[in-house]
Design a protein around this ligand. Sequence first.
Ligand SMILES: Cc1cc2nc3c(=O)[nH]c(=O)nc-3n(C[C@H](O)[C@H](O)[C@H](O)COP(=O)(O)OP(=O)(O)OC[C@H]3O[C@@H](n4cnc5c(N)ncnc54)[C@H](O)[C@@H]3O)c2cc1C
Length: 477
Amino acid sequence: MAGQAETIYANRKGELSMATETHHDVIVIGGGPAGSSAATFLSKQGHQVLLLEKEKFPRDHVGESLLPFCHNLFEQLGVLEQMKETFVRKPGVRFIDSDGSQSTTWCFDKVIHDHTYLSFQVGRGDFDKLLLDNARRHGATVLEETRVTGVALDGPDGTVSVQASGPDGQTANYAARFLMDCSGRDAYMATRQRLKKKYAELDRTALWTHYGGAPLRGGLEEGLSLIIYMGGDKKGWLWIFPLGPNRLTVGVVLNNAYIRTEKAKLEQLGVEDWRLALYEQELSYSRFARELLANAEMLQPLVVEGDYSYYTESKYGENYAMVGDAATFIDPIFSSGVYLAINGARKVSQGVHRRLTMPEEGNAGLVEAYKSIEGAYKMVFKLITFFYSVNTINFAQMEAVSDTIHQQHQDAMSVGHFLLAGDFFERYDEYSKVIDALQSPSIFSKYKKLVSARPSLQDTSCDVSPDLAFHRLRVIN
Ligand SMILES: Cc1cc2nc3c(=O)[nH]c(=O)nc-3n(C[C@H](O)[C@H](O)[C@H](O)COP(=O)(O)OP(=O)(O)OC[C@H]3O[C@@H](n4cnc5c(N)ncnc54)[C@H](O)[C@@H]3O)c2cc1C
């Protein structure tokens, strides 16, 4: 429970003053999906939580397409009804080839037979604020515009002390029994402890922005995520998701080696803004994107996201834990990040609760939580590297096959649907074996034969009414 003690504060000029320090059960660094969910789950368990967030919300963020497996988590967090009122619904994903000649549509209702099949496309400014306000509503103390600048793990009786700089520039010290680092790709603890390791094979950068004035078609009118695989040396792909009837998020993901070569070429041509030129060049290579955006207007400046795909081997200790992107980030091709972050936060919060209420158990709860989290991340990593491997199935060339196959969970197509929906945490071993099996050339070629024999490779629809996807948003946007 919270307590108070005298502490010394210093402003930016180094002038000191005495003030009161509040002690909490748990301090959370960062108010993204991991941090705000952790704060809500722990507050619901009766813990005194302090969340420190460096930005003022709403703030923009990449990562706008959510998986259906988030549905139950939103229910547990108590935000499901708000989500339904606010955001576009997403019934599935469509993978398209660069020339637009082949595509497959993966509809979640093929394997999820209740209302939870319908996921969400979210503007992250509004979504993250909704989750952060929810944490406040559940009793967490949330300080925005408060950047954590120092952490000491060796306080008296195993406590943690955290130094943070607030909106007025003043520095304050806070203490807690446990620290959760949910600082996203800043990876506060892992960076300072030099624990961050790169996934060299996933060395990519993303460039993205929002467009208005584009027609909703090709599945966008139903709320589908479109992934256009560009392949080749660039190992690149595009994302196009609808965030409202008149707002598309459009991203280009490219291998960094390819970016360096193209940058040199563009600079030689005397291009002023090589990033924007590269972004537009890559969009123009896809017939679908080119035609879709022909008369569209960019609604916000281009954002460049580098430095991703890394992991941390040691993610927790006696009095701290890293959660979400603060611990690991894997290439976003399958839109897995927010689900991994929120479910990771849920599992770690359960471990922290046990740590705080049953000290005799030691770290048993955390060990359990991280076993499942590690299993999920490793399996998603395997799936992603498989997707990028030379021999692999291009998801655009895999036909979404017959109903019989959809009904069999063990079947590869069915597994594909479950994986795209987010079934990462409970059966990662089974899925991992399927991915391994598909790497065998003979199984893979059998599979391809089965796949290429399928008719109707061009399905673009999940047979969902646009009214379901966009419901009342048509009035708002
Ligand atoms: C190109 C790209 C595309 C993606 N697309 C998708 C997608 O379609 N779907 C999906 O689910 N995921 C996607 N992701 C991943 C998704 O963005 C992240 O996995 C998700 O946001 C992780 O949540 P988090 O809470 O761990 O971190 P974040 O959402 O990054 O939140 C961390 C918070 O910590 C705060 N913070 C950082 N340092 C400090 C500090 N020192 N003091 C105080 N506060 C601090 C930050 O301001 C931030 O608000 C994508 C990622 C990238 C890079």
